[in-house]
Design a protein. Structure first.
Length: 414
């Protein structure tokens, strides 16, 4: 294309350029993303479902095809128990068909152009996800004891993998699919919080008072990790006005170094990953259970925060904070001894490596919710009590202690 043709083409595009409000609405529709290679290259397996696909991105992959027959069985059980004809569910979803498509960042032409194919996918996958949620939270007597999925055998050997797959960003269904199916099943009643509580019960998460409107299962799970701490909102603003920070405050010492300097570690009173506080020489951290699904879960939550404008950065901030205080297995062992880290992996070094790798390529948000805590710890008055200098270029040994009086006093945090 010559420069003249290009100028004409750009001029034509300018004439048809949509208003900023329309453009904003276009981007706001997106909520389920294809994770780009610059993110997945760090750990490709963390973003690929192992046993079941939900939605179009991984549908038809050979290693996931065996679950398709079970989806069909689950649909029949769902319809029989409901007593409603399939057509009612089709009609309910059909009116929102384009809205459901718009939730996906990238769709192959076969999903864009074929309404029937996309509708069938949403209903099959939506009903299967509901059956999995129901099975994980209540007794279902219409499946046999020998069922490979909906039985005690499946609960032990299959459901844990499905739980993990349901928290992958590329493997999400729009929450509207679940709401519409449940509304038809329950004669038109839509209850967002009821669905949220069902999901959190399935994941054995402590229920929170109100999760609110969510885009998909992954966002429900994310919000459950970050319940608000309303009594501290205004306090945080006061801290920011009172404290003066300098360069170098953004990197915190490791847990072992802090401990040797006199800082103590305790468990926070809540499970919120935002509930990290520093007061009177005590750093409080929420309890976290680390198992073989934790890394994949965190990577997908971070990917969601990076790709969805307005999602927030709280999970990324937490991971960066933990990476700062965990250098090696000794730091993990210390936090484990305080009940802060519950290590189901059994290997402290593996936990340290996990946090160190999770933080790769995460950009520090200067306005993140843990910034004040990090800076308060680093600005506490450190006094070097001993420096032993050994010749022949061996690094000097530093012994540090925390002054008994911390100038920030006892009013920084509750």
């Amino acid at each position: 294309m010559g420069i003249a043709e290009w100028v004409i083409e750009v001029d034509e595009e300018l004439k048809t350029m949509v208003a900023s409000e329309t453009e904003m609405k276009h981007w706001m529709k997106r909520s389920i993303y294809k994770v780009p290679p610059n993110i997945t290259d760090l750990n490709k397996k963390a973003y690929i479902p192992q046993v079941v696909s939900f939605g179009p991105y991984h549908h038809g992959q050979p290693h996931l095809n065996p679950m398709e027959d079970h989806k069909q069985r689950a649909l029949l059980h769902f319809l029989k128990r409901s007593g409603k004809p399939l057509q009612l569910f089709v009609e309910s979803l059909y009116k929102d068909l384009q809205q459901l498509r718009d939730c996906y960042e990238l769709l192959d032409p076969m999903w864009q152009d074929d309404d029937n194919k996309f509708m069938q996918l949403m209903i099959l996958d939506g009903c299967f996800m509901l059956e999995i949620l129901y099975f994980g939270t209540r007794t279902m007597e219409d499946y046999t004891e020998t069922d490979p999925i909906f039985s005690n055998h499946g609960k032990i050997h299959i459901i844990p993998y499905i739980k993990r797959d349901m928290l992958m960003l590329e493997n999400q269904l729009p929450m509207q699919v679940l709401h519409s199916l449940v509304a038809v099943d329950s004669n038109g009643t839509k209850d967002e919080e009821l669905m949220n509580k069902l999901i959190l019960k399935f994941y054995s998460n402590t229920p929170v008072s109100c999760v609110g409107s969510c885009l998909h299962v992954l966002e429900v799970y994310r919000k459950s990790l970050l319940p608000d701490l309303p009594s501290r909102r205004q306090q945080r603003k006061r801290w920011h006005r009172r404290l003066h920070y300098e360069d170098g405050d953004d990197i915190i010492r490791s847990a072992m170094e802090l401990n040797e300097a006199g800082i103590r570690f305790k468990k926070s009173k809540t499970i919120s990953l935002k509930d990290i506080t520093f007061r009177g020489g005590i750093l409080k951290l929420p309890v976290i259970i680390i198992d073989d699904a934790t890394e994949s879960m965190f990577l997908n939550l971070v990917a969601f925060e990076r790709l969805h404008v307005g999602a927030g950065n709280e999970i990324s901030s937490y991971i960066l904070f933990m990476d700062n205080i965990i250098d090696n297995e000794k730091d993990v062992a210390l936090l484990n001894s305080k009940g802060i880290i519950q290590n189901a992996l059994g290997n402290d070094k593996a936990v340290a490596n996990m946090f160190n790798s999770l933080s790769k390529d995460i950009t520090l948000d200067p306005d993140n919710n843990l910034d004040e805590v990090r800076k308060m710890v680093n600005r506490a008055k450190w006094t070097r009590t001993l420096v032993c200098c050994i010749p022949f270029h061996i690094e000097p040994i530093h012994c540090w202690s925390l002054e008994a009086s911390i100038t920030y006093g006892g009013n920084l945090c509750s």
